[in-house]
Design a protein around this ligand. Structure first.
Ligand code: PGA
Ligand code: ZN
Length: 421
């Protein structure tokens, strides 16, 4: 039996935050099938593709996704039924054309992405290939990237900003094992330090419940307090900071930008751009920052250029909200030397083919890639296979705790084992 699409069916399910999302199943004539659920962000960038929500306050506070589900079950299903599941490019182009807007506002990127990804899972199953192998074949232009490593994890161990308890301005306080560690060792390191943080928080009588991404969301007062705890936790382990393990920050600065400057709790008056650059330099000297994500607002290009120019030789400056996995924004960032790495989230752009095109563009211009989950996840592990397939340098799947996060890490353990890496 052939690999033509027999049916496409979506439903509304819940994500890890208890908010609805879309799950889609694609069945081929051969009987092979693929089911994928899409993630959803909390700190959503201005330039991301549109996540279609029902806005019906009588259901899920307006967050239902029945419109997106209906779009899959009607217009999309009708249009792609009978297409060959191996024609990922043609299917994605059909989805983009059917939507007809630059940001997928008609059908919703949640609807479109769920179909795009589910098609690839069904195709991989039809070929009896592990998903990462099948995706790897689609990932390059011409020659796919050779699979030589599992991307290095960036563990989000303390959650602030929109993911936390509301008292830390920076969104993610991260722990990054050295890139030469095998994945299973990196995971062990992340989990051990995570447990040490918990002990320190208990000892300090600080709240040790967790935030959206499984990292602790303590009732600390300043961003520095969080970095100090992280440093203390590493010191209490057998790992050496700046050698075995490094720190990173996703600042998500758009969320504390005010008309008067960048307002954080570490100081009463807002920081101007040049002051904030100096502040980041001090943080780097003190805490060995390996990376800084979204250090400035997504429209503040001048500051991005400034920080990449002055700190970029030492610290990986990563664009998330700045780039929104969008080729046009990446082109501008390359031209203006605004950052050195791109955070890549499939639902920021909406189809698998566009995701791969952005990855190729980033690699061609020497930018490093971080494949990333969202704060709202399900137990779906697609993103783990995707990170291996594109052979990104890093991946960001949250804390080494909570079901929807460890599902991805555990999937990577399987892949590592299978590849004998
Ligand atoms: P989000 O956060 O999924 O809530 O957007 C992740 C990030 O900013 O990297
Ligand atoms: Zn981010």
């Amino acid at each position: 039996m052939d690999a033509k699409i027999y049916s496409v069916t979506a439903r509304e399910i819940l994500d890890s935050r208890g908010i609805p999302t879309v799950e889609t199943m694609v069945i081929l004539n051969s009987g092979y099938r693929g089911t994928v659920s899409v993630p959803s962000g909390t700190s959503i960038g201005k330039y991301e593709a549109v996540e279609l929500r029902d806005e019906d306050v009588k259901r899920y506070n307006g967050m239902g996704v029945l419109k997106a589900v209906t779009n899959v079950n009607t217009v999309i299903a009708k249009k792609i039924a009978g297409m060959d599941a191996f024609s990922q490019g043609a299917i994605d182009k059909t989805l983009v054309d059917l939507d007809g807007t630059p940001n997928k506002a008609t059908l919703g990127a949640n609807a479109i992405l769920s179909v795009s990804l589910a098609v690839s899972v069904a195709a991989a199953n039809h070929m009896k290939l592990p998903l990462y192998r099948y995706l790897n074949r689609l990932a390059g232009t011409g020659k796919p990237p050779e699979i030589t490593h599992i991307p290095t994890p960036i563990f989000n161990v303390i959650n602030g900003g929109k993911h936390g308890a509301g008292n830390l301005d920076f969104q993610e306080f991260q722990l990054i094992p050295a890139t030469n560690k095998p994945f299973h060792t990196a995971l062990e390191m992340g989990a051990e330090v995570y447990q040490s943080i918990k002990k320190i928080l208990i000892y300090r009588n600080a709240v040790h419940s967790v935030g959206d991404e499984g990292g602790f969301a303590p009732n600390l007062f300043t961003n520095i307090d969080a970095l100090e705890i992280l440093q203390e936790a590493i010191k209490s382990s057998s790992y050496k900071i700046g050698f075995d393990v490094f720190l990173g920050l996703d600042i998500a600065a758009s969320y504390f930008k005010t008309p008067r400057g960048y307002q954080i709790k570490d100081r009463s008056s807002p920081y101007q751009s040049s002051e904030l650059v100096e502040y980041y330099k001090i943080l780097h000297e003190k805490y060995h920052l390996l990376l800084l994500e979204d250090p400035f607002d997504e429209d503040d290009w001048e500051s991005w250029k400034k920080i990449t120019g002055s700190l970029g030789s030492d610290v990986l400056i990563i664009g998330d909200d700045l780039l929104a996995t969008n080729s046009a924004r990446l082109t501008r960032a390359i031209e203006e030397k605004a950052c050195l790495a791109i955070l890549m989230k499939p639902n920021q752009i909406g189809t698998l083919s566009e995701f791969f095109a952005v990855a190729v563009q980033a690699k061609q211009h020497g930018l490093k890639i971080v494949v990333s989950h969202r704060s709202g996840e399900t137990n779906d592990t697609y993103i783990a296979d995707l990170a291996v397939a594109v052979q990104s340098e890093y991946m960001k799947f949250g804390a080494p705790a909570r079901g929807e996060r460890v599902a991805k890490y555990n999937r990577l353990l399987q892949i590592e084992n299978e590849l004998k890496l």
